[in-house]
Design a protein. Sequence first.
Length: 210
Amino acid sequence: MNKWVMLLTSLLILSGCASVPGRPPIGTPNENAWQLRRTQLEKLSDWELQGRVGIVNGKDGGSGSMDWKQCGNALAFSFHGPFGAGALQVQGDAKALWVRSSHGDDFITTDPEQDFTRRLRVPLPVLSMRYWMLGLPDPNATFTKIVDAQGHLVTLTQRGWHVVYQAYATYSGYDLPTRLQIERDSVHIKVAVSEWQLQANTNQYPANTQ
């Protein structure tokens, strides 16, 4: 594909994720506010979000919808997305994830980032994203960060990925990210959250792939 066509496609993918509510992080970094905010967010063990994700990986690109439900360490993630993945369903925890797609993929992985890239061409760092989506660092790895005056993450660098937080909105008393971009090398993942639900009933997992 012509590089200019690919660039235009990528821009359309990312701009298609932009129209969600939120306000940008602003102001001089406040470490005290960050520590208070981090303590508050770490208490959120059960939540659900709906939104869209756009991914550009070198010459490949696409966008899709997502539904993520978290109950403690257990996650249930459904994705209708790019690179021919079709409908993708992921369930499990940090020890192992069961993955099934509408194209017949059915496997268990203990290294989802590598297996998603190799099998599905969808390079999603899922196990760290469960924290990044809340505006928290993954507690299992070192990180560097920049925060704003309210203690919101502005940028986060961890596990070789760079996360930029572009907007937050208030849900049930919590300021939660509504737009963020996750980057590493030629991989660009842009997430736009349309709805957060806290204390989600994660017994109701995303619908089966069709």
